[in-house]
Ligand binder design. Sequence first.
Ligand code: FES
Ligand code: FES
Length: 168
Amino acid sequence: MLKLNINGTERQARSAADTPLLWVLRDELNLTGTKFGCGIALCGSCTVHVDGLAVRSCVMSAGGAIGKKVRTIEGLGADKLSALQEAWIAHSVPQCGYCQSGMLMAASALLARNPAPTDADIDKEITNICRCGTYGRIRAAIHAAARVEPPKPLVGAAVGAVVAGGVK
Ligand code: FES
Ligand code: FES
C-alpha cells in the first residue's frame, strides 16, 4: 500500500511502487485533471508539483513521491483562485484546454521560483506543448500574474531541476 500526500491530504493507493504517478492520480485517486499526452516526458500535459517543483508525472514512479508533497491541478487555488488562474481567465488562455492543467502547474512552479520571469525565462522553463498554440496568451497571463503579486526575494536554494519546462 502506498501512502501519498496529495493536495495536503494523506491518500492510499494499491498500485505497485513503480507505477507512474500519473496513473495512480488518475485511475486510483480519480484526480483526472492531470492529463496523459505522450507518456515519455515530452508534452508536459501530466505536470504536477512534487515538493514545489514541476514534475512530469508520467515518468515519475508513485513510490518516488512517498514522503513528498504532491500537488495536482485540483489543489491549485482550491480555496481561492490564484492570481495566475485569474490572469488565465482574463486572458482567455485555453482553447481546447487539454494541455492547460499542465501549463498552469508549470507556470505556477515557475512563478514560485522566479516571481518576475522574462519571456526568455518562460520560454526556457516551460517546455510544455500546446497543440492549439496558446503560447502568446500564456506568456501574457504569466506577466499579468507577476504584476499582481510583485516579486519577493528568493529564499534559499529553492531552485532545483524543473522537469517541466519553455513555452514555444
Ligand atoms: S504525458 Fe506527456 S510529458 Fe507526461
Ligand atoms: S489549449 Fe489545446 S492543446 Fe493547449
